[in-house]
Design a protein around this ligand. Structure first.
Ligand code: FE
Length: 337
């Protein structure tokens, strides 16, 4: 924090024109978590830079940035999922950011070419304790075994969370085995894919499905819920960290980058650096139940603690992004709609 306020003091000395340029940051965000309000307010408090935020679905935001072209007011774009960030990168929307602070704080596998991951989430297996044994669902590969016929529920194959999961399987095992896996999972479907991750958790709790996958923060959210129905649901569900004896559990990220056309580049870099600060990292963890990207940051979130430690896959997130289009082709071929 002291470094940021020191920086701000330096900028203030450059005179009014420069300072005025830096007083505002235009943020295009596809994160839709209420807890992010405090994250942004804290940045303004620390730096005096006001944030104008435009929130929309990622595709709409990307479309908007492209349409606005050189005149775009957007300084920073943040979203969830490596595949989506890669899409923005492919479209050439991001500017390279040289920041020693970001390089030092964020592990190499959590940095893309021109973008950065600020939090991680794990894609875990959940099962109905009455219907399925934990030892039968220790790996993603198990979801494709005939023993689970009629028991597996999944959300759509075109959703980025599942695209990134299959992208990781392609990276570890190759296209042919990844396709075989996807085909096996489809053969085990209890129902056609529908709903979001929370819907899969609730369907598993209700016994409509024996097993499903979900991002970890949805589980943490239910674990922290005071509602009787959520408490009851979580009692019926077991959670497995998949692939602990193999590559580790698949993780995805939320992150962002500075846009090439950013009118407030200094503010943009400051904001990205702020997102890697201890304060901001704790917001991700304690507010939205994600893990900090910065390894040294300690969190105080009982639900994350309750989920316990696990071995995470350290595949570079850039690889997930690169394999996502192939993952979509595989899902299309095997009929995972
Ligand atoms: Fe989500």
């Amino acid at each position: 924090m002291s470094r940021l306020s020191a920086l701000f003091a330096v900028f203030a000395c450059f005179g009014t024109a420069h300072a005025a340029e830096d007083k505002v940051l235009n943020l295009y965000s596809a994160r839709h978590y209420q807890t992010d309000e405090a994250l942004y307010a804290n940045f303004t408090k620390q730096t005096g830079i006001a944030i104008n935020r435009i929130e929309a679905k990622e595709d709409e935001l990307l479309e908007r940035i492209r349409n606005e072209g050189a005149a775009s007011p957007a300084d920073v774009f943040i979203t969830v999922d490596a595949a989506r960030l890669a899409k923005a990168d492919e479209l050439g929307l991001f500017a390279p950011v040289k920041s020693r602070l970001l390089e030092e704080r964020l592990p190499a596998h959590l940095r893309g070419n021109d973008w950065f991951a600020f939090s991680t989430r794990a894609r875990v297996i959940i099962y109905n304790k009455q219907d399925v044994k934990a030892e039968d669902v220790q790996n993603y590969a198990d979801l494709a075994r005939p023993a689970l016929k009629g028991k597996v529920c999944m959300r759509s194959g075109s959703h980025p969370y599942n695209l990134s999961l299959l992208a990781a399987i392609v990276a570890h095992q190759g296209e042919a085995r990844a396709e075989e896996w996807a085909r096996g999972v489809v053969a085990n479907f209890a129902r056609a894919p529908k709903g979001g991750d929370t819907d899969q958790i609730k369907a598993v709790a209700a016994g409509e499905c024996g097993v499903a996958v979900s991002n970890s923060y949805y589980l943490a959210r239910l674990l922290r819920s005071q509602k009787a129905e959520d408490k009851k649901a979580m009692e019926s569900v077991g959670i497995v960290w998949p692939d602990q004896k193999g590559a580790g559990t698949h993780i995805n990220i939320s992150g962002g980058g500075m846009l090439k056309t950013a009118p407030h580049k200094e503010a943009a870099v400051k904001f990205l650096e702020y997102l890697a600060s201890d304060d901001a990292q704790r917001y991700f963890a304690d507010g939205n139940n994600e893990w900090p990207a910065v390894p040294s940051v300690k969190t105080a979130n009982p639900a994350l603690d309750a989920l316990g430690p696990f071995k995470a896959d350290t595949l570079p997130i850039g690889t997930l992004a690169k394999n996502a289009p192939l993952a979509q082709k595989i899902y299309d071929r095997v009929g995972w709609r």
